[in-house]
Each structure stands twice: as C-alpha cells, then as structure tokens.
Design a protein around this ligand. Structure first.
Ligand SMILES: C[S@@+](CC[C@H](N)C(=O)[O-])C[C@H]1O[C@@H](n2cnc3c(N)ncnc32)[C@H](O)[C@@H]1O
Length: 406
C-alpha cells in the first residue's frame, strides 16, 4: 500500500503531500485490499487513534455524543419497521425513499430522515440523491443475531446507562454501592430484588433478544478454538465427559467445538438456565442440561469445564460461589477450567474499546466487571485453582485462562 497520487493530482504542481496521499489511500482501500484479520484490526485501531488526533473537540463531541446515538435511533426505527428484511424480501434492489416507505408502510419524509443519517454514516449506500442500496451492514441486520443488537441496546443497556449517573451519585460513587439485585439495571427497569438473569427468566421476549445478541457477539469474532489448542484436550482425554459449557447460553460455542471435533457430540454437555437451554441450537446428540451454576456441578471429572463471558457477569463474591460449586467436580491433574474472558491490559489505550465499554455495561447491568490479569489470578487463587497459562491472540479481544486445581 505505498501507492502515491498520479502527478496530475498533486496539489499546485508540487509533489503530493502526506495528507493528499493519505486521502487517496483512504478513498481507495476497502476490505478487499486487506489480506488478514490482524491487518484489519491494526488498521481499525490506527484509524481510531488517527481520528482522535485530527478531530477538533467539537467534531469529537458531535461524533461520539450526537452522531452515534442518532445511528442507534435510526437503526431502532428501521428495525421496528422491519425495513431491511422487507427490502431483502422485495428483491433487494436499489430503491428510492418513496419506494422504501411503501415497503415499510410508513410516511416517506419521516423514513427519509432516518435513511439520510444512515447514509451519511455509510451504513446505507446512497446510489444517487434519494436512492439507496443495502450494504453488508444492513444485510447483517436481517439476521436474528445481529438484528437483535439495536433492540438489546435500546431496551436493556441504554436504559441502564441512562439511570447510572443518578444511581452512582445517590450512592456516593462507591465501587461496592451497586449489587447484583439492586443496581442501575434495577433502577432503570424498576426490578429491585431481581438480577438481570431473574428478569430474563420471567420476560421471554427480552431473554430472546439477549440470547440472539449473545449469538451475534460470538458470530464474527475470533473463535475460542483459534485461541486455545483444543486438540490437547482430546489428546489427554480418557472416556467420559469431554467438555461442559457452563452458562453456555443456546450453545453457539459448543457447536463450534462439535463441528471442529467430529464424533465428540455425545461427550459434550451444554448447561444453562432451564428457559435458556429450551431454545438450544445444538446438534441432537449433545447433552443439553438445565443447571444453575450456583448449585454443585453434577457432571463429574470432565476433561474441561468452559465458561465464556460468565464470571464477568458477577462480582467476586458470586464468581467465587460459582467456582466453589464447580471445583469439587474437577479431577486433579486431569480436569481443566477454561475461562474465555477479557483480561484488561495494563496499557489500556492499546486495547479495543470493547474492553472498557463492556466493563461499564457489566457495572450497570450486573454490578460486575471485566478483570485484569492480577484480579483473575487472585479470584482463582481464592477458589483453590491455579492459572496454568493465559492464551491470547492478536485478533481476539478475549483470552482463554487455563486453570487447574492447585
Ligand atoms: C453473558 S452470557 C454468556 C453466554 C455464553 N457463554 C456466551 O458466551 O455466549 C451469560 C450466561 O449465563 C447464564 N446464566 C445466568 N445465570 C445463570 C445461572 N444461575 N446458572 C446457569 N446459567 C446462568 C445466562 O443465561 C447466559 O446464557
């Protein structure tokens, strides 16, 4: 990518300046020019940092505080109208705002205001003035797992964040002033006394959106199978249960394992709350088991117990409770505990913003948090477990913490 501008495009006949070359690159590079996920991750990170360096304070305010919330709003309205799916069903061609309003069943000028914002943010393609085409992004919104995100953010996370400053002020900005059943989520949704998961258990449509959103969260990211050498689990495994996915939701991770390691299905167990596993997507021969992880683990001596984004939902006291219920099922020198979790780096500015935004979501939704390496080590140590290795990948936000009985 060291192309320079043709001489005719140089400014005032002088050699092209750095910013002119950069402009050329920015206008010509697309996803096809990028050869690996690592290169793409590095480009995104460098672009974010570049924007922060060149934007004025007002441009930064506008982009983060005005433009992004307006995207959230526009998407939510378009999704409520079923626009992208109806557009796809109608053949997916280029359409004017008037044609889209007919498809969506709404007022043209009203719809057009939301379409314009999505187009200006390059989420929708503007073919000619007032005519639009779907993008990879809007097509992704037609899938249940990505399409759940505008709704999940709107009805669960943004409401919670809106209530959070008031709740924190009332409680004196103390780190331990929020609890699992009495925090910002409960203040926003008037559900004091219920954890977010108790709430989902009695609100099936909200739970469905959450479960879909969790599938979407895992859909494109670097798979845990590409971070941790799962072949090693099979190599040392004796007969009996191979992998228990604890709090495995509807089974997206265990399905990835089953597809990679054919013929292992009868030795795989998916556990989650009863209402969640009822909608599991696993192959028939995977064992699907309702199980509350605050009770003793019933599957004994499995080769591995895998928990993905589970402990980050709970403060230390509850996380310890989960581990204490799991550890007696583990066989010393054989069973492994695999935690697929964010490990906050010391130098945070090198991380994805997901690390910190998820941390703040955990604060509001569950009075919980993402953890640094030393926090993970201390938690596991308290449970009588020792870290064997923390597996990482340059393209993954999460790490696999491999632990055994100490
Ligand atoms: C953040 S989600 C992660 C789900 C899944 N491991 C993944 O990575 O997509 C946390 C999961 O914990 C489950 N969960 C919450 N409380 C539970 C409990 N007491 N026992 C078992 N599972 C529970 C939820 O239903 C949810 O599926």
């Amino acid at each position: 990518m060291t192309k320079t501008l043709p001489a005719t495009d140089a400014v005032n006949g002088h050699a092209a300046s750095t910013s002119v070359n950069l402009l050329y690159l920015l206008r010509t590079v697309d996803s096809l020019s990028i050869t690996s996920d690592l290169e793409r991750a590095q480009l995104i990170s460098a672009t974010r940092s570049f924007l922060a360096r060149i934007q004025s304070p007002w441009e930064t305010i506008r982009s983060h505080l005005v433009d992004s919330p307006a995207v959230q709003l526009s998407l939510k309205v378009c999704m409520d109208l079923g626009l992208f799916q109806k557009w796809k069903d109608a053949g997916n061609g280029e359409k004017t705002a008037a044609e889209l309003a007919v498809i969506a069943g709404c007022d043209e000028e009203l719809l057009h205001r939301f379409l314009r914002h999505l187009a200006v943010e390059h989420l929708l393609a503007e073919v000619t003035s007032g005519t639009y085409a779907q993008t990879d992004f809007t097509m992704a919104m037609c899938t249940p797992h990505f399409g759940a995100w505008p709704l999940y953010m709107h009805e669960t996370v943004l409401d919670t964040w809106k209530a959070m400053p008031g709740v924190l002020a009332e409680r004196g900005y103390k780190d331990d002033a929020l609890s699992v059943t009495d925090g910002a989520f409960q203040a926003a949704h008037h559900t004091a006394g219920q954890s977010i998961f108790d709430f989902f258990a009695t609100n099936p449509s909200r739970a469905k959106t959450f479960n879909n959103a969790m599938t979407g969260y895992g859909a494109e990211k670097c798979s845990w199978l590409d971070i941790y050498p799962t072949d090693d689990l099979l190599d040392g495994a004796i007969d009996g249960p191979l992998l228990v996915d604890v709090g495995g939701n509807i089974g997206h991770d265990i399905e990835k394992f089953r597809k990679r390691h054919l013929n292992t299905a009868p030795r795989l167990v998916l556990q989650d709350l009863p209402a969640v596993v009822e909608t599991a997507i696993c192959a028939d021969d995977v064992r699907i088991m309702p199980h509350n992880f605050f009770e003793p683990q019933p599957i004994l001596h499995a080769r591995a117990y895998y928990l993905h984004s589970v402990l980050h939902d709970w403060p230390d006291v509850n996380a310890l409770h989960i581990l204490n219920n799991l550890k007696p099922a583990m066989k010393k020198h054989y069973s492994k505990l695999l935690l697929n979790e964010i490990v906050i780096l010391d130098k945070i500015s090198a991380s994805s913003p997901q690390v910190t935004s998820f941390d703040l979501a955990m604060m509001g939704l569950c009075a919980a948090q993402e953890r640094t390496e030393s926090m993970w080590r201390a938690l596991l140590d308290q449970a009588g477990l020792k870290v064997i290795k923390i597996w990482t990948s340059e393209i993954a936000v999460e790490s696999i913490i491999e632990a055994e009985i100490a």
